[in-house]
Design a protein around this ligand. Structure first.
Ligand code: SF4
Length: 383
């Protein structure tokens, strides 16, 4: 069955990966005294199950130490900026040592096996997609609530007890916040499945650290060639890095690959991605998404300032079906008494789910509505 490992963690039948990693002890060593090469050697041996003792720091402690050191010459993602974020330098993402999130809530999202999901949206990103719907928090990673590991870990535990099947780490981009996220895991007081919801522009080092932490990767495979990634997201070397990371992730855990079809990008982007999937990950669930809306700089881009045409949707569906991809069939009927409504228009539109008890869940929340919801929740000013 697809996503078997993730499903067993979400159902509470299996411990999450990070809990198992936190229980793996490495023996009587002082991590701070070892150089980084020694730490990586120890890490990779630990990931293979060696040594296994009941004393000393854990494999999770070791991952935290390595992630913290990477901040001193940042190579968390494929941009490999090499800046000293601990010393106040900023790379392409602009994120320093402190992480922030601009929204968190239990949400019914697009992938049914994840619902209900505790979605956390971090500020800051390593890509600059012209159509980004949360661009305010991408350009200003200083916005939002600070990620204080103990408090944040307890928040995740509370959402789990409130019914979330998982914590779904989204952005922006979680990769640029890896050290804060790893530090928070040890404070989660109700074990939960960890979903890494990413653009997959991680460095190979980051992929190694995520192995043993993540129960399910949900990856947006955004562009099918480097020219489009550069033109639309200002990102070099995207396709090769993302393809490599999807292959690596699929070798260590469950994966869902998503692709948001962009207007005018069926042949140049969807086609090479779909062909790559057919050749490399034919069994992996593939979520083909058609909800593109122009936001931010896309509004001034002649190619991106429109919705998809019916013909583009038809061509996209026909293409992935002809390649035999494992297209998700998650748009199943909602539970009895529950209804789905499309509300709003233009930029400010979304889907809401109205449950039989009157509670409302919002899907694909626009950032302006997120701000409004946050202000209402805190009883504050909505201006
Ligand atoms: S996370 Fe990526 S973009 Fe940000 S500083 Fe590090 S290497 Fe650069």
């Amino acid at each position: 069955m697809a996503l078997e490992l993730y499903r067993s963690v979400a159902a509470g039948k299996r411990l999450p990966a990070y809990v198992r990693t936190a229980r793996r002890r490495l023996g009587p060593i002082n991590l701070e005294e070892l150089d980084t090469h020694e730490l990586w050697a120890l890490h990779d041996a630990g990931a293979r199950g060696h040594p296994s003792t009941d004393s000393g720091p854990s494999l999770l402690d070791l991952k935290i130490e390595l992630a913290e050191r990477m901040l001193g010459e940042c190579r968390l993602c494929e941009h490999q900026c090499g800046v000293d974020r601990r010393g106040g330098e900023a790379g392409i993402c602009g994120v320093g040592t402190n992480s922030r999130y601009f929204f968190e809530q239990i949400i019914w999202g697009e992938e049914a096996p994840l619902n209900p999901s505790h979605e956390v949206f971090f500020s800051g990103c390593n890509m600059r997609c012209k159509f980004c719907y949360s661009w305010e928090t991408i350009l200003d990673p200083g916005r939002g609530m600070p990620v204080l590991p103990e408090e944040f870990g307890r928040l995740i535990g509370r959402r789990r007890r409130e019914g979330a099947l998982n914590v779904n780490l989204i952005g922006g981009e979680p990769t640029v916040h890896l050290p804060s996220i790893l530090r928070s895991l040890g404070f989660i007081d109700s074990p939960t499945a960890v979903v890494w919801n990413s653009n997959f522009l991680m460095s190979q080092h980051t992929v190694r650290l995520l192995n043993g932490i993540v129960d399910l990767y949900v990856g947006d495979f955004r562009f099918g060639n480097d020219a489009c990634a550069q033109a639309v997201a200002g990102t070099d070397g995207y396709f090769e890095a993302a393809a490599r990371n999807f292959r690596l992730a699929a070798g260590t855990g469950d994966v869902i690959v998503r692709h948001l079809v962009l207007p005018g990008h069926v042949d140049c982007c969807l086609r090479p991605i779909a062909e790559w999937m057919a050749e490399n990950l034919p069994e992996t669930p593939f979520n083909l998404m058609f909800q593109y809306m122009p936001f931010y700089e896309a509004l001034n881009d002649p190619m991106l300032c429109r919705s998809l045409t019916p013909q583009e949707e038809c061509d996209a569906r026909r293409l992935v079906l002809s390649l035999g991809l494992n297209i998700s069939r998650w748009n199943r009927p909602l539970p009895q008494g529950t209804e789905r409504r499309e509300v709003g228009s233009g930029e400010i539109s979304t889907t809401i789910i109205v449950r039989p008890d009157g509670r409302v869940a919002v899907m694909h929340l626009h950032s302006q509505l997120m701000n409004l919801a946050r202000a209402l929740k805190s009883g504050g000013d909505t201006k």
